[in-house]
Write a protein that binds this ligand. Structure first.
Ligand code: 6GU
Length: 226
C-alpha cells in the first residue's frame, strides 16, 4: 500500500513512521509513506499557502491553489482509492474504518491547519473526511499519523504473528483481557493461577470472561451495538 500525506509541517510526520511497527512495514516493502510538503506549491516570493477568510473572522484558511496543484500533480502519477481530509467534523475513526481502508492500494491524506482548507478542495477532490475523536487538535498531522498507524499495522505480514491483529481490542467487539509476564510474584502481587497452569482451554475461557467483564464495566455500549 502507498500512502501520501500532504502537510505544511513535514517535520511533524517524520518520526512516527521511522520506528517500531511502521518502520518494519516499510522495510518489508508492505507500506510506503510519502510526505508531500505543501510549501513547495506555495505562491509568490513567500511561498504563501494560507490567507484570510472571505467574510472576515479570525484564523487563516489554506488556499485552494497550492493544494489543487499539489493534488493534481499526484493524481497525474496514480489513481487514489480515497482522498481523505483529516478534520474534526469528519467521520469518526473506528476499527471498522481502519479495516476497510487497509484493503486499499493508494491513499492520499490531507492534513489541514489553521481554520481549515478552502471548501472547494473538499468539494472537488476530497472523497472522505475523517476525525480521530471529539476534541480539537491544532492540526491534521497527528491525526494523519494515527490513521496511518491504525491502517499500516493491519496490512498482511506487518505484524510478526499474522493473527495477532485479530485478537486486538475492538476486532471482536470486546476490550482486551489483562496480561502478565515474569515474575510470577512481585512483592506479593501474584499472576492469576489459571495462566500458570498450562490448560489452554481454561486459559482461553478465563481470557474471554475477563474481556467480557472489562467491556461490561468500561464500555457497555460495545456490547449493546451487537
Ligand atoms: Cl482529524 N483534526 C484536528 N485538527 N483535530 C481533530 C481531528 C482532526 N480529529 C479530532 N480532533
Amino acid at each position: 500500500m502507498r500512502i501520501d500525506i500532504i502537510t505544511v509541517h513535514p517535520e511533524l510526520l517524520e518520526s512516527p513512521f521511522q520506528h517500531s511497527i511502521m518502520k518494519r512495514a516499510q522495510e518489508k516493502g508492505l507500506l510506503e509513506v510519502h510526505i508531500q510538503d505543501l510549501r513547495r506549491f506555495g505562491l509568490g516570493r513567500h511561498l504563501q499557502v494560507d490567507d484570510y477568510q472571505y467574510g472576515g473572522g479570525a484564523g487563516m484558511v489554506m488556499m485552494v491553489e497550492p493544494l489543487a496543484n499539489c493534488i493534481e500533480g499526484l493524481l497525474q502519477e496514480r489513481h487514489y482509492d480515497e482522498v481523505i481530509y483529516m478534520t474534526p467534523d469528519g467521520q469518526r475513526l473506528e476499527q471498522p474504518l481502519a479495516n476497510r481502508l487497509s484493503m486499499k492500494e493508494n491513499l492520499l491524506i490531507i492534513s489541514g491547519h489553521y481554520k481549515g482548507i478552502d471548501e472547494r478542495i473538499r468539494e472537488h477532490f476530497v472523497t472522505m473526511e475523517v476525525s480521530i475523536g471529539d476534541y480539537v487538535l491544532s492540526g491534521g498531522e497527528l491525526p494523519a499519523a494515527v490513521l496511518v498507524d491504525a491502517i499500516g499495522r493491519l496490512l498482511p505480514g506487518v505484524l510478526g504473528d499474522e493473527t495477532s491483529a485479530l485478537f486486538d481490542s475492538f476486532q471482536d467487539g470486546l476490550l482486551s483481557p489483562p496480561v502478565y509476564t515474569r515474575p510470577e510474584d512481585f512483592h506479593g502481587w501474584k499472576v492469576p493461577d489459571v495462566l500458570l497452569g498450562g490448560n489452554f482451554k481454561k486459559i482461553e475461557e478465563w481470557r474471554h470472561e475477563q474481556a467480557l467483564k472489562r467491556t461490561r464495566e468500561r464500555r457497555p455500549g460495545l456490547l449493546e451495538d451487537e
